[in-house]
Design a protein around this ligand. Structure first.
Ligand code: NAD
Ligand code: TDX
Length: 332
């Protein structure tokens, strides 16, 4: 049995990971989460108390991190400021959490010689043109566009340096866009689902042509467990499920699955610096660690996600009005 320290485990992907760990392993988990606007205690509701403990605190505070690191066999580091639109409005928290927070965790893992897995994003590679046959690989040069993605790129480079300079036993994964239950309504898919559920129209940035490569959060979790179990120290693994779709196609599918006309959406102001396309080549993860995704059917996964939001309005409703007021102030 392993004891995991999961940072950001009350957020979207972190909480999905904790549920996945409880369902699929004997491991115990301490979640360290600051419960920012994006963290939600309710996302961990129903998990067994003898296996999952929540500690509310900041990853940038060494006095909080150190005792938790000392008792862990491994740390899985999800905590981050994660939303591009927020990073364009106020970049500072992204530097504090994504850079200083990751540095604080690395120093603690170094002191206690704890295995470290760093969760990152494909956005560190910048973007691709729509007609480019290329996909991102582990060899693609870093070229981040936004304050968010540049702080994630910086955090990845810190991890690499701590492996090489100090022998920290770390791996990194860079995953594509996640969807599934428990995602904050500020993000694209939950925003559009909850708009439709409230009788509002989905909002597409620009012309809606931008492409994202979708993976179900549960498949992200199984990939992370595979890397923890079998990944090679110092290596980076790209995680993706061959799920490229334009934003317009995703909105039209949400409208179809909810019985709305296919054109019942609004085009709104584009995101400044909006990355055009992300696409992941996950061959290394598949061939070297034998991982493959379980959610092959995006339409079925999206339909189940819509049903989750329909059944869990009390989870998302408190955040919805504030998020929409923020977007309205930007013409989005
Ligand atoms: P999220 O915003 O839903 O959750 C982030 C969590 O971190 C929240 O619970 C928040 O309270 C917590 N947190 C923030 N600052 C903290 C701090 N200083 N100390 C402790 N906890 C803090 O984010 P998410 O979408 O679940 O993303 C999780 C991770 O996965 C991030 O590192 C992100 O870069 C990465 N990632 C996300 C995606 C995606 O599609 N959402 C894709 C690839 C990688
Ligand atoms: O209302 C919207 N309308 C819209 O067209 C919103 C909120 C978004 N969009 C577009 C912007 C993107 O092209 O949808 C796409 C997805 O947007 P986000 O959900 O904000 O995700 P993205 O910017 O692609 O970043 C996500 O994937 C990579 C996560 O938020 C990051 O944390 C992760 O690193």
């Amino acid at each position: 049995m392993t004891h995991l320290l999961v940072t950001g485990g009350a957020g979207f992907i972190g909480s999905n990971f904790v549920h996945h760990v409880v369902a699929n392993t004997d491991d115990t988990v301490t979640v360290l989460d600051k419960l920012t606007y994006a963290g939600n205690r309710a996302s961990l509701a129903g998990l067994p108390e003898d296996r999952v403990r929540l500690v509310v605190g900041d990853i940038a505070d060494a006095s909080v991190v150190d005792p938790l690191m000392a008792e862990a066999d491994a740390v899985v580091h999800y905590a981050a400021e994660s939303h591009n639109d927020n990073s364009l409005h106020d970049p500072r928290p992204f530097l504090d959490t994504n850079i200083i927070g990751t540095y604080t965790l690395l120093e603690s893992a170094r002191r206690h010689d704890v295995r470290f897995h760093h969760i990152s994003t494909d956005e560190v590679y910048g973007d691709l043109e729509l007609d480019d046959p290329a996909r991102f690989t582990e060899q693609t040069p870093y070229n981040p566009s936004s304050p968010y993605s540049s702080t994630k790129a910086g955090s990845d480079l810190l991890v690499r340096a701590w492996v090489r300079s100090f022998g920290v036993r770390a791996t990194i994964s860079n995953c594509s866009n996640n969807y599934g239950p428990l995602q904050h309504v500020e993000k694209f898919i939950p925003r559009q689902i909850t708009n439709v559920l409230r009788g509002e129209r989905p909002k597409l940035y620009g012309a809606g042509q931008n492409v994202r490569d979708w993976i179900h959060a549960d498949d992200h979790s199984s990939a992370v467990l595979a890397i923890l179990a079998k990944g090679e120290i110092g290596e980076t693994y790209l995680i993706g499920a061959d799920g490229e779709k334009s934003n317009r196609d995703v909105v039209e599918l949400i409208l179809e699955l909810t019985g709305q006309p296919a054109d019942a959406y609004d085009l709104v102001a584009d995101r400044p610096g909006h990355d055009m396309r992300y696409a992941i080549d996950s061959s290394k993860l598949r061939s070297s660690l034998g991982w493959s995704p379980s959610y092959a059917d995006f339409t079925a996964g999206l339909a189940a996600t819509i049903e989750w939001y329909r059944a869990n309005e009390s989870w998302w409703a408190p955040a919805k009005d504030g998020v929409e007021a923020f977007y309205a102030s930007k013409g989005q």
